[in-house]
Write a protein that binds this ligand. Structure first.
Ligand code: NI
Length: 152
């Protein structure tokens, strides 16, 4: 489900490279740091900006409404898209990508729970096929360099 509540399919993105990251808006560290590195990599390589769409898919569909995703991804730049879904829809996407995500109860915290999740960045081609994974820990310069090698 897209930022305005619309149904979204992978085929909507054909013709563009997709950098897909799975995370959630309440994530305290890994998600915002990784999304910022993606934003910086694309900022450093303007030739990529026309071809690559960065996409966050929620691993926390209970809290991540379309409006919450819209507000969150806008923080990283106008190119970012943020998708959520019903718990069943999200579970199907996580399974398809082999993403690990698990709710962990936070005792005594106003946040109630967090979500442990794997954090690889997936690069998909304009035909929708998987190309490669990027290590989320690499800095934005390394990510930009690897993208420039791959995105034609
Ligand atoms: Ni996270």
């Amino acid at each position: 489900i897209g930022e305005d509540g619309q149904k979204v399919s992978d085929s909507d993105f054909r013709g563009r490279y997709l950098l897909v990251f799975f995370g959630f808006t309440h994530c305290p560290d890994v998600c915002p740091m990784t999304l910022q590195r993606i934003a910086d990599a694309l900022e450093a390589a303007p030739e990529l900006k026309d071809k690559v769409t960065p996409l966050l898919i929620s691993v926390d569909p209970e809290r991540d409404t379309p409006a919450a995703m819209k507000e969150y991804v806008a923080y990283f730049g106008p190119a970012f898209r943020g998708l959520t879904g019903t718990p069943d829809e999200i579970a199907a996407v996580l399974k398809a990508y082999g993403v690990y995500a698990k709710k962990v109860k936070l005792e005594g915290s106003a946040l109630d729970y967090t979500v442990d999740h794997s954090s690889f960045i997936y690069l998909l081609g304009p035909d929708g096929r998987f190309i490669t994974l990027f290590d989320p820990q690499q800095d934005s310069a390394a990510l930009a360099a690897r993208l420039k090698e791959t995105v034609k």
